[in-house]
Design a protein around this ligand. Structure first.
Ligand code: HEM
Length: 431
């Protein structure tokens, strides 16, 4: 292990190499807590955080590390970072032991990357005869609050009628195949997956580096099925911070579950001991939907109609008839087919989810329209009581449907957190 790895820094290129002469982010901003906060503020970090609706907390400005080990995986109730790289993987090996080896290696790499370390022997190891253990593009970058959240899709338990890994009996009842919702126009190439990793970070390069390296480690045993980049968070788990705006220009995430609201998290997000199966206690279920927005049509819609569609005003984000964003919504004052009225727990027998989505733009389509929208991510204790009834209600009645279309879909069981250095992603399932 190199000195840099021992001290926890991403290693800088050695003196004399081509990269060594360039000033690094570390040398500009400093590396310790106070130096970072100062450096980020000096570099306009505070202003940028406000402009993008980012968390104004010192940790956000500092790009600190988020602890990897714990009762729950990070990246669910922890503060939402600015960027996303989400990847769904197909398992291509039929060898259970080989798959377990990948999961162990992934976990070890994830623990290092989230702490801001290089993987294994690093990007510039002593032996230059072999490909390095780390691809190197995160060298000198801060941990950037990187979180890596791992999930398991239905296909790991059974695919094409085959119990591939002897796990069929261990499939959680809550891990259902999602029903077809009215208006769905799903692309199979952007849907499903046997495994997933949600990488969130304040620096896109840190998130992309993480997914790229996990794919590299799994080469020959797992392969990326689809992936999605997200550039702006559309929800918040920190209600005191400024609420971000989505691509329709509205504040999004106002009434999300706060990461500090333990009672609501236990009730709606974390799988409890009694919910079963045992290997999921402390975990959650993730639904991802790629929702395309018809931006051009939306942009020709009057402000009054836009506000009616959501049931909130655009500037403040206040519910109809109220003054402030966080005022309690009066559902009866909203149009019956408005998004917020239809999505509210009172309209869905209490169904409540934790939203953690991101905006995306993936270039333009053949007609020159932006391929843009919301990569919607929701966490819940049971999709049958969360996303499914909610989306059924929205898909049937929401006026927003004139401006959006669901084009990708996936569901994953997200196991509890990795407890310590001997634990690994999926251990309790494979035990
Ligand atoms: C492109 C699609 C969508 C857009 C642009 C969108 C936008 C919004 C906005 C602006 C709000 C109000 C602010 C807030 O409380 O967060 C909101 C609320 C909400 N949305 Fe969406 N949303 C979309 C899709 C969905 C989907 C697919 C679901 C779930 C199936 C959903 C569930 C909710 C919930 C639960 C609320 C909070 C309702 C409340 O308690 O007041 N949204 N959404």
């Amino acid at each position: 292990m190199t000195d840099a790895q021992k001290t926890g820094d991403r290693q800088e290129p050695a003196a004399g190499t081509a990269a060594a002469g360039r000033p690094s982010r570390r040398s500009v901003l400093g590396w310790g807590g106070a130096g970072l906060a100062l450096g980020a503020a000096a570099a306009g970090g505070t202003a940028a955080a406000l402009r993008t609706g980012g968390d104004a907390s010192p940790a956000a400005a500092a790009g600190d590390a988020v602890p990897f080990h714990g009762a729950h995986q990070a990246g669910i109730s922890t503060p939402v970072q600015d960027r996303l790289h989400f990847a769904a993987f197909d398992v291509t090996t039929s060898d259970r032991a080989a798959l377990v080896e990948v999961l162990k290696e992934w976990t070890a790499a994830a623990a290092r990357m989230t702490a801001g370390h290089e993987i294994g022997e690093g990007a510039v190891p002593g032996n230059d005869e072999l490909p390095p253990d780390d691809t190197g593009e995160a060298l000198g970058l801060k941990p950037s609050r990187l979180t890596l959240t791992f999930g398991i899709g239905p296909g790991l338990f059974e695919k094409d009628g085959k119990d591939r890994f002897g796990l069929k009996d261990r499939r959680p009842k809550a891990l259902i195949d999602l029903p077809v919702f009215p208006g769905d126009n799903l692309d199979a190439a952007r849907s499903g997956g046997d495994l997933c990793v949600q990488a969130c970070a304040d620096d896109p390069q840190v998130a992309v580096h993480a997914i790229r390296n996990l794919a590299r480690i799994g080469m020959g045993k797992v392969a990326i099925r689809w992936s999605q980049l997200g550039f702006g968070k559309t929800s918040s788990t920190t209600p005191d911070a400024q609420t971000p705006r989505n691509m329709m220009g509205f504040k999004d995430g106002t009434r999300n579950i706060a990461g500090t609201d333990t009672e609501r998290l236990e009730r709606h997000v974390w799988v409890g001991e009694k919910d079963g199966p045992d290997w999921m206690t402390g975990g959650s279920y993730l639904v991802a939907r790629r929702i395309r927005m018809h931006i051009e049509t939306w942009d020709r819609t009057s402000l009054a109609e836009q506000e009616d569609i959501f049931g909130r005003d655009k500037a403040e984000g206040a519910p109809v008839g109220k003054e402030r964003e966080h005022d309690e919504p009066l559902l009866k004052a909203m149009k019956p087919d408005s998004h917020v009225r239809l999505a509210h727990p009172d309209s869905n027998n209490g169904a409540t989810i934790l939203r953690r989505g991101y905006s995306f733009t993936d270039g333009t389509d053949k007609l020159g329209r932006l391929d843009a929208g919301l990569f919607f991510i929701a966490y819940q204790k049971d999709v049958r009581d969360g996303f499914v009834p909610l989306q059924m209600n929205l898909a049937r009645h929401d006026t927003l449907n004139e401006y959006i279309q669901h084009v990708g879909s996936a569901v994953f069981a997200v196991p509890p957190g990795v407890r310590d250095e001997d634990d690994w992603w999926g251990r309790a399932l494979f035990a």
